[in-house]
Design a protein. Structure first.
Length: 126
């Protein structure tokens, strides 16, 4: 088992307070492909990774992880989402210089205040 290591993400779960409102935001505002709804959960396709939105279990608070959506043009993506009513924490900004690219990010929240982000890896020309 020494060579074992996790790599592929199959599903990400986010707890939401109002499932219908969350479905509308992720489907209509963010433009994600809705897959199906089952009981207190809804599922979306994110280029092969499944996003599950679910209501909290009894006596469970709202928990969230940050989901980073990769985009090729972060300014265009932020402008498109902004035109749909998404409020960003700040405009897209440079985060770090990597060996062969610059990392840019822009953070925003869904209706339940879960943090989401756009990320862009801009290749530098040599």
């Amino acid at each position: 088992m020494a060579s074992f290591g996790l790599s592929a993400i199959g599903q990400v779960a986010i707890t939401v307070g109002d499932l219908d409102r969350a479905i509308g935001f992720y489907r209509d505002t963010l433009g994600m492909r809705f897959l199906f709804r089952a009981q207190n959960m809804a599922f979306f396709d994110c280029a092969g990774v499944r996003l599950m939105l679910g209501l909290p279990e009894a006596n469970q608070g709202t928990f969230s992880s940050v989901i980073y959506y990769k985009v090729d043009d972060i300014e265009a993506a932020a402008q498109a989402l902004g035109s749909r009513g998404v409020a960003f924490e700040h405009p897209p900004q440079w985060i770090a210089k990597m060996p062969d690219h610059d990392l840019w990010m822009a953070f925003f929240r869904d209706p339940d205040r879960n943090m989401l982000a756009l990320m862009c890896e801009r290749q530098r020309h040599r």
